[in-house]
Design a protein around this ligand. Sequence first.
Ligand code: G3P
Ligand code: MG
Length: 249
Amino acid sequence: MGHRGAKALAPENTLSSMKAAAAAGARWVEFDVMLTADGEPVLFHDDTLQRTTGVKGAMAKTPFAKVRGLDASLGFARRYGLRDGRRFVGRADCRVPSLEDTVACLLELGLTPNVEIKPTAGLAAETAELALTRMLALWPQDRLPPLISSFERASLAVAQRVAPHWPRGLLAGGFPRDWRQAMAALECASLHLDWQRTRRADVAAVKAAGYAFAVYTVNGVRAGRRLLDKGVDCLITDRPDLLLAGLDG
Ligand code: G3P
Ligand code: MG
């Protein structure tokens, strides 16, 4: 599963990143959904705009009319070196995308989304409500359903109510002590953990309980192979090209 599209191949959480993931052979893409000041669900990871757009301000205080025009490739250009990053600057598919534009793009590319609800503090329920309502209106019933994940249990509880038939993934850093109760209460399908904190015995326990196990963010073939050997079902990666080539078969 590509992470934020394919974060190492194109600017994260933009349509260019979804295209890069598809071109690399990924069939699933994870991305983060936040709300603008006026409640529009958009693809974005940080509370503040600076890192990926170079603009000052908070997403939760910026209206969609401004957000939609922001170029999210600036951080990418800086992180990966201008010579490589420059080709993304100013491209229409590198602006901060709405959920609506993203779904249209994914359907064209044949990708299935893992929608991570990424609320600004205090907006866990509202972000899930608006993102899920929009997804339900946009996502065709005859396609594989999206996977809805979040670190915020309050967001997952809303997903459970609004889109009960779509699978939910509980996100955590380390293995949560109360995973059994939490996953049962939220009727989750999967647990998503930091790969560096993923132990073989925990994977076995979760799988024995009937859940799938995903890990983020795995960017090396050797680490990927070890995790698959531990029984992990899904590798969330910035480099789907590398992992698909290196783990083939
Ligand atoms: O969904 C997996 C991963 O994206 C969670 O961490 O901070 O990259 O959204 P983060
Ligand atoms: Mg994420």
